[in-house]
Structures are given as structure tokens and as C-alpha cells.
Design a protein around this ligand. Structure first.
Ligand code: PHE
Length: 364
């Protein structure tokens, strides 16, 4: 018996890892653990043994059964993995082939407006810059002249990560960026002036109703050069809004305002008229709508980025993209933007083949 078991163990534990297919492995399993299997038979002999024999043979046979079961499971996992790898290697798909079905999806109005903004500002010599949505306190606030105790921090309804999420207590406090303004800082730290960039992207604030969603989109604008004045800011915004709304009768109103990172600061309203009971951007007979915040970059912000504010000046602006899309394309509930409702997307979406161009019309 003892010798038989040793031979059986050598045979099975040698053959199982060498099984070269799922079928061969299954045959070995049946041979050992099936109803008529050698180990099953050996277990049956326990019943006829004396208690003393059983005490010594029982653990040996059971130990062998466990060792064989484990070896089979291990080999099976390896064979499965190899089969999957082989399938993955053979089932390649050429993503560069043209689609054989008509393109069913549409471009979301937010993406469309971002493309329009990039097109308009590219024509004015602006590059597109990006930054992380998970920011640290310094880029989102401190470098923008919003120190720890500043009330603007509370105003921003910030989503903070739990303390220590970034590692040790020494690591910077992380948050979801509340505006695209930290991209101003990252750009000034990254590249020498002159700078002309726009930075479109997602931003986050803990806020939710018909006109606010916890995630929304902004576009930041930044110009840093020598001799930049408020006049450059006003001309740029006017040129941008005329191109965006595709009308020459756009009227701007700059209202004095306050942002910690600009001095002076101005909120910009655009005039509208009422046509057939609806608000239409252009003229100012109907009233004013606030579209963006702006100002001359604060000398402290320029200095925080290692530049000399006596040499370099600039302007910056920040604008809600979702709001721009609503004004231009006539949607009235912001929440529908993020519902993923295919009917809404079919109605308000754009063809992916209709790339906005200044010559062809950025309005699509
Ligand atoms: N970051 C500001 C906001 O989110 C907007 C802004 C940007 C104002 C740049 C001035 C200059 O409200």
C-alpha cells in the first residue's frame, strides 16, 4: 500500500504539470479523483482497515488527494491563461479601417463649443494648455493670491480629498480644481513669456441645481507679455464673443469686480435683445447677461510664478463653457448636459464630420 501510494504520487504530480491541454488534464483528474479513480479507490480501502492502519494511512491518502487537487487547479489556471493569451493575440482588430456602419453618435455641445473656442483663439495666436483636474491647494488657491484664511476658499465649495489621501501629512492637500485658473500658474511655471493660452476643461464645485452641476466646464484665458493693458483684454473678449456668437452687434459691458488673482478685476456682461419672446445675444435692448470674469493678472501671481511683475504684465479671463453653449444653442437646463440621454444628444449634438472652422462658420 505504502509503495503503491508513493508510485501514484510520483506519477500524478509528474503528469499533471506536464498536461498540455484542458482535455489531457481532465483525463488525469478522472484517472485520480473520478468515481473509479485511483485516489477515490484508495480512500475506499480505509473502511476495511484496522483503526491503527487507518490512523497512519488516512492522512497519507487524504494528503495525496489534496496535493493532486491543488496541482490540477494550478495547471488549469495556467492553461486557461495561455488560452486567453492566444485568443487575444489572434483576435486583433484594425481600428484604422473605415467604419462600415453610418456614424451614429453625435458630438456633445460642450465638446463642440470647446472646438469652436480652440478655433477662434488659434486664429488670435493662442495655444491650448491643459492641467490636472486633481490639483493641490497651492496651484488652485495659494499661488493665485488666495491664502489659507481667504474667504474665497469657502466661496468655492471645494471638494477636498480626505487628509492624508496623498500619502503622509507632509504631502500637499489635494482637491478637485474649482476653476481652470491653476492652469495659469502651471503655464507660467512651465514656459517663458510671452504667453498666450486658453485652457478649457472640467472643474468641480459642491453645488447642484438647474444652473449648477458639481462638475462643469470652464475655459481660462491668459496673456503675459510686456506692455499689456486693459484695452488688450477688452479687444480680445469683444473679438472672441463676436466670432463665437457670429454677430457684429455684440455689446460688452465691463463691471468692476473682485478676484484675488486679478487687479483690477471686471465682470463682463453681454447684451441681448428679445426676439419672438426669446433672449438672443446681440444688441442690448433686452438687458445684460454675465458671461465671464476677467482682469489684469495680479503682480503677486506673476511673482509667485517667478517672473518680475515690473517687466511682465498680462490679463486673464475665465468663462463657463456650459453657459456659453446654452446661450448659443438654446438649451435651458444644464442638468440635461450630463444625463447621457440619447434623444437629447441626437437633438442638440453635432455631426462628427462638421469640424468648426472660421471660414466655414464656427456655428456648424
Ligand atoms: N477663476 C474665476 C472663477 O472661476 C474666473 C476668472 C478667471 C476671473 C480669470 C478672472 C480671471 O470664477
Amino acid at each position: 500500500m505504502t509503495e503503491d501510494l508513493d508510485t501514484l504520487r510520483d506519477h500524478l504530480l509528474g503528469a499533471i504539470p506536464a498536461a498540455d491541454s484542458a482535455e489531457a488534464l481532465e483525463a488525469l483528474r478522472v484517472e485520480a479523483l473520478g468515481k473509479q479513480g485511483s485516489i477515490t479507490q484508495a480512500l475506499k480501502t480505509l473502511g476495511k482497515m484496522t483503526p491503527e492502519q487507518r490512523q497512519s494511512e488516512g492522512p497519507r491518502i487524504n494528503g495525496l488527494r489534496e496535493a493532486v487537487a491543488t496541482a490540477i487547479a494550478t495547471r488549469k489556471a495556467a492553461l486557461d491563461r495561455a488560452a486567453l493569451d492566444a485568443r487575444l493575440a489572434s483576435e486583433t482588430r484594425d481600428m484604422t479601417l473605415p467604419a462600415d456602419a453610418p456614424i451614429a453618435g453625435t458630438v456633445h455641445p460642450v465638446s463642440q463649443v470647446m472646438d469652436e473656442l480652440a478655433e477662434i483663439f488659434a486664429d488670435l495666436g493662442f495655444a491650448v494648455a491643459t492641467g490636472p483636474e486633481i490639483e493641490d491647494d497651492w496651484h488652485n488657491f495659494t499661488a493665485l493670491n488666495i491664502p489659507e484664511t481667504h474667504p474665497a476658499r469657502a466661496m468655492h465649495d471645494t471638494f477636498y480629498f480626505p487628509d492624508g489621501a496623498a500619502g503622509t501629512g507632509e504631502a500637499p492637500r489635494m482637491l478637485l480644481r474649482t476653476h481652470t485658473s491653476p492652469v495659469q500658474i502651471r503655464t507660467m511655471l512651465d514656459q517663458p513669456p510671452p504667453i498666450r493660452i486658453i485652457a478649457p476643461g472640467r472643474t468641480y464645485r459642491s453645488d447642484s441645481d438647474a444652473t449648477h452641476t458639481p462638475m462643469f466646464h470652464q475655459v481660462e484665458g491668459l496673456v503675459i507679455d510686456k506692455g499689456i493693458t486693459l484695452g488688450h483684454l477688452k479687444w480680445t473678449l469683444e473679438t472672441f464673443l463676436k466670432a463665437f456668437f457670429e454677430r457684429d452687434d455684440i455689446v460688452l459691458r465691463l463691471r468692476p469686480s473682485y478676484f484675488p488673482f486679478t487687479e483690477p478685476s471686471a465682470e463682463v456682461d453681454v447684451g441681448y435683445t428679445i426676439e419672438k419672446g426669446k433672449r438672443v445675444i446681440g444688441g442690448s435692448g433686452g438687458g445684460w447677461m454675465e458671461v465671464l470674469g476677467s482682469g489684469m493678472v495680479h503682480p503677486k501671481v506673476i511673482a509667485a510664478c517667478g517672473l518680475d511683475p515690473a517687466v511682465w504684465q498680462g490679463f486673464a479671463f475665465g468663462c463657463g463653457i456650459d453657459r456659453l453653449a446654452m446661450l448659443k444653442y438654446g438649451m435651458d437646463d444644464l442638468r440635461a448636459f450630463f444625463d447621457g440621454d440619447i434623444r437629447w444628444l441626437k437633438h442638440y449634438g453635432f455631426s462628427s464630420l462638421d469640424v468648426p472652422t472660421l471660414s466655414g462658420g464656427v456655428g456648424a
